[in-house]
Design a binder for this molecule. Structure first.
Ligand code: GAP
Length: 435
């Protein structure tokens, strides 16, 4: 897959209602995107699947939902005010701005060919805002650049109310904001995005065991979403790449058309965050171990995935162009788990009571899956539209349905069609989803 495919995916997303450019009718605003009807469904399924696998299925991980605006001191304590910087350079001729660690300053500017750069300078990535109507220094706070701090500052509240014993995790999904110097590659790097984060609190002697455990769990989750195994890898951070809070970190990476890039970070944050909040607040965020009668500050292994990056990965991985009987077919081979629509129902022709019958089948299948009724255009065109939307199953209602109650069930990827009783549609789809 080449870079051109990203452009094709962007246009498919607009055409089918997955993603639109934000504020499009005003000319758009750089690198911000709105999720349309299909995109919203798919994004919700990704988040639900993560929540199932991290929280619902585990008795020792609980969820929370903290606010985006927090006390400004949180960001001093966490180190984001003094350390959350990227190095920035400008081309002196065309004023284009780059992250100096993302380009070779020996080479000319990509836009104008000039080689005269400003000195690299540090740029803090947090978005500032003011609380209340007056813009004074004391009112300044930040839009959170990670959801994690909302978990750390609530450590005592959650641990005591959920009565969890170490090791245990606190998870949340929510928006984060970063004033990135360079954005791009569609949803990959944006200024507003969503994270799915889990902080796993452990005894400090056990960091390396839990880091290994969560590396494997998280890699397996991406595989279960249907991402191709040969496109995924786990990469250890070099010492020079580590964030200010972490002593070891692994990235789950995917091979995008623009190269191997991070989907998720799994980091050993040690006791850094709780220690910092203890020092700044003089409160004791710590754990009393009933086995040893001792109190200690737990260490943390964090798993931090981007919702939008996972969404982009699923799209890129599923995007397929192929030739079928001399015609081009574009399809999204999305796992039925995350496909926005599971089943589309088509009347073969718009007469003889077939549309009414098809609508009844949609109502019936909707009790179990998201189903869609489509009667517009030739049956071939309707199949193609649903292939592009990633709908894994199509049900066609025809004159035989009236005669003997059977329909055809079509699979998106193989295009194979089988004839089954209309009462067995849900059963057949369920079987195929499981197999
Ligand atoms: N709490 C740790 C943390 O925030 P991070 O590696 O900076 O770690 C975690 O971010 C994940 O959030 C990334 O792996 C990525 O999926 C997502 N992410 C970070 N910055 C992003 C951006 N500008 N646009 C989209 N997703 C982003």
């Amino acid at each position: 897959m080449d870079l051109k495919s990203i452009e094709n995916i962007v246009s498919l997303c607009k055409r089918r209602g997955f993603i639109f450019q934000s504020s499009e009718i005003y000319g758009g605003i750089g690198s911000t995107w709105d999720y349309g009807p299909l995109g919203t469904e798919m994004k919700k399924r990704i988040k639900d699947d993560w929540w199932q696998s991290i929280v619902t299925k585990r008795s020792n991980v609980v969820g929370m939902d903290s606010s985006i605006l927090m006390h400004p001191k949180v960001w001093e304590a966490s180190g984001h005010v003094s350390n959350f910087h990227d190095p920035m350079v400008d081309c002196k001729k065309c004023k284009s701005r780059y992250r100096s660690d993302h380009i070779n300053l020996e080479k000319p500017c990509k836009k104008c060919g000039n080689t005269d750069w400003t000195e690299p300078r540090q740029f803090n990535l947090m978005f500032q805002t003011t609380i209340g109507p007056i813009n004074e220094e004391g009112n300044i706070t930040y839009l959170r650049p990670e959801t994690a701090q909302g978990i750390f500052v609530n450590f005592n509240n959650v641990q005591t109310t959920a009565r969890q014993k170490i090791p245990f995790g606190i998870a949340q999904i929510g928006k984060a904001f970063r004033n990135e110097i360079t954005t791009g590659n569609f949803l990959f790097r944006t200024r507003e995005f969503e994270q799915m984060e889990m902080e796993y609190f452990i005894h400090p002697d056990e960091s390396s065991r839990w880091l290994d455990f969560w590396n494997q769990e998280r890699l397996d989750w991406f595989l279960r979403l249907g991402i191709k195994k040969n496109k995924l890898r786990l990469r250890a951070h070099g010492k020079d790449e580590l964030a200010h809070y972490s002593s070891a970190c692994y990235d789950v990476e995917y091979e995008f058309p623009f190269g191997w890039s991070e989907l998720e970070g799994i980091a050993d944050r040690g006791t850094y965050d709780l220690d910092q909040h203890n020092e700044f607040t003089k409160k004791k965020l710590s754990y009393f171990d009933p086995k040893t009668n001792r109190r200690f500050t737990p260490a943390v292994v964090e798993t931090s995935a981007g919702v939008d990056r996972t969404f982009l990965t699923c799209l890129v991985d599923a995007y397929t162009e192929e030739e079928v009987r001399g015609e081009n077919r574009t399809l999204l081979k999305l796992s039925p788990k995350i496909a926005p629509t599971t089943c589309a129902v088509f009347p073969l022709v718009n007469k003889n009571g077939l549309p009414e019958l098809a609508e009844k089948i949609v109502e019936e299948t909707r009790k179990q899956f998201s189903s869609f009724f489509d009667q517009g255009g030739s049956i071939g065109r309707r199949y193609r539209r649903q292939d592009e939307a990633g709908t894994p199953f199509g049900v066609t209602v025809d004159h035989e349905t009236i005669e003997n109650g059977t329909v055809t069930l079509r699979e998106r990827d193989s295009m194979k069609q089988i004839r089954i009783s209309q009462d067995k549609i849900c059963e057949a789809i369920n079987e195929k989803i499981i197999s």
